[in-house]
Design a binder for this molecule. Sequence first.
Ligand code: SER
Length: 923
Amino acid sequence: MNSVQVRQLFLDFFKAKGHVIVPSAPMVIKNDPTLLFTNAGMNQFKDLFLGNAPILHPRVADTQKCLRVSGKHNDLEEVGVDTYHHTMFEMLGNWSFGDYFKKEAIAWSWELLTEVYKIDQRQLYVSVFEGFKDENLAFDQESYDCWAELLKKAGLNPEERILRGNKKDNFWEMGDTGPCGPCTEIHVDLRPDRNDPSAALGKSLVNQGHPQVIEIWNNVFMEFNRKADGSLEKLPAQHVDTGMGFERLCMVLQNKRSSYDTDIFQPLIGLISKACGVVYGQKERTDIAMRVIADHVRAISFSIADGQLPSNTGAGYVIRRILRRAVRYGYQALGFKEPFIFQLVQVLADQMGEAFPELKRERVLIEKVIKEEELSFFKTLSHGLIKIETIINYISNSKGNVGNFQKVLSGFDAFELYDTYGFPIDLTELIARENGFTVDMDGFATHMEQQKSRSREATSLETGDWVISQNSMNMHADFHPDGYKSPEGASQKEASQKSKVKGERGEVQFVGYEQMECESKIVMYRKVKIKNKEQFQLVLDKTPFYAESGGQVGDTGYLDNGEEKISILDTKKENGVIIHYADKFPKESGKVFKAIVNREKRIFTQNNHSATHLLHAALRKVLGTHVEQKGSLVNDEYLRFDFSHFSKVTEEELKKIEQLVNEKIRENIPSEVREMPIELAKKTGAMALFGEKYGEVVRVVTFDVNYSIELCGGTHVSATGRIGLFKIVSEAAVAAGVRRMEAITSVRAEEFVNSRLTELQQVKELLGNPKETVKSVNELKSLNTELRKQNEALLREKAQLIKAELKVKLKIVNGINFISERIVLDSSEAIKDLSFELKNEINNLVMVLGAEVKGKPSLSVIISDNLVKEKKLNAGTMIRDLAKEIQGGGGGQPFYATAGGSNLSGLGKALEKARSLLETSSV
Ligand code: SER
């Protein structure tokens, strides 16, 4: 059974059981400060479990792209080393949202595995939660009974097949906080000799890290929400969340010993092996490297396809590190010294492009980005190699004559290599070992720890639990955070912020599309500590504050109840809830406040947001429809727009783009905002963002149906004329195939144009207000060039005269032709030329010249080559000595050196000193 069939059978099975098949959510998560990547199939349903979003389909199934490289679920270090862990993997899942529970979930998993996939029942073991007294969690008797009944029916002994697992293995939690519950895991025994009487009992190997007795499916029964204070509270309803590792399932069904041996990975490994000329399956070291690359290229490619480019922060940094890990393994173990990984993208797209069309669509971009990253990392690596060689040579040279010195690379050096040059410690150790050195590992560990605690401090965030405000309890007697209804679902783009969403137990309204102030009450709040600074996060029953989303920054402003004014520093969303960041907590929090948005900031911001839409459409018109949004930032100062395009935007194109946007501004096109089903929106040709999660109802912003239609949750101008003026201020590359444009609008654009005009006016005045400024500047430039030439010619003439004088002044000191004179020549270049000419004309020469150059004393020494060689005279040493007299310093080569200083009156002394140095032969 090939992997495509395996995936399809799963989806078909649950479809037949009444499940709606939904697409995978993006792997890279946007707008959620608590999670960078989807690490489990259930992430996209978090709000449904918590009761924060309406349940549209009570039964759902899918295959979800997951990445486990950071946070609570982090498998990165295992990947490649063993034969069944992955960074990116597909999780097949079926969900019940308040619908079926343990009995059906367990029965269906057994049916699918044994009857559809036809796995031998005797290969399966299951675990159920043993309970945990400290948290009052009971043994999961219900799951046990469900399994016992199925096993008995199959003629198997439940006691031999059901294990009791502890909280670590059998109580699943998404993160430090959030939905959680007991789970039952299904394990498969793949040992070829499992039926031998002498073989260990399969049961005894479950969860023991045995590579052939592995977990394939986890059925979680979501019953609780873990709060920030560590306590558990019952969820409003009970749910099922299951996750089956697709790659492992394929390994089982294709009867392989490793998931890397399945048809998912073999084409990739085949290409890697061909490219490096190493056969897979022969040596552990090279096998690990091939597995690492085959795994990592998937993680990176899917992330880029989801719109996440490698970068130095957040999710982008994680991607960069994964890629670097792959490059490093290829470099160290397989001898790849040039970009190679990008070539695997085509294979991956061919293989997975049907199930995940984004891979095919974005293939060229993915290849370019990976190749560029590889190139730049190779550069870093080679700088690091030079660095490590320099350190080793330095230690060897400076201590080499001390005899039995210790060949140890310090912890600091090893850390610097790691931190700045991306050298993993094992690579440093290897190179050190090859040079007979060891590495101070304890020192390295200390530096690492220091860095970790530095970054912990820099990003530390302590979040308290939500407190329901007293007044809201009165207002909505049964209001509860888990019953809190988001006005817009998890994503800004997902649904409208406009409507009032009524929940079973509370209601919250976003009125910011129409109003910039309203009366509000605080319904809940919590205390947070960001980098040791205390702040408060407030949720209001009704708010005009726009929460950061879709590139548009969050609103600022204040709450005012006549007695107190609370500044709102920012507005963000978490799990679909609009959170206002306040610098202090009001004394009388139960009162009604006026919530007032900083109007000017919001207006400038929305000018820029609408201008971004006009720009996006203009780019597609001028450059072509390959242009796609890759990122955007919109604030009150400017707009930044990243888009796919493979060459620099020319001056002419820039002009056209700017002109088109300004034309659309002048047309004063009214904005039209509508909510509609996503399918309809797509039909109208609305531009959606790739890698963004959209709900079934979306908000569509149109500026002329024939010009710009975009899915967008942001705030916009009522008509484009309000934008006033649009000016592009920069255009540059941010990554291979991705350009960044920055632009300003309205008052900022006006200020920009005015400042340029003022500058021009000043230039005109300086030029004496000519009629044609450009012509006048050109004339000035030509005149300047002409004068320079004349000056140089005069200097040369003067130098010839000086040269003749100097020849006359030549003396013989200690058998050496010696000149030591002060000359009048105000140009270092001319002095140098003069010196070299005389060196060519006079043998056996030592010449010291002193001069005033640009008001400062200057010295030069030139020595004939034979004197440097035979008498070991050195101009560099000599000049350093002489420079003391002019209170300066200098240096150069043995045959020519120069110095500058600050004491002009010391020049004479310096020249005399030169003579006495030569006389005493102490040069
Ligand atoms: N949430 C569970 C897991 O990730 C089951 O889907 O393992």
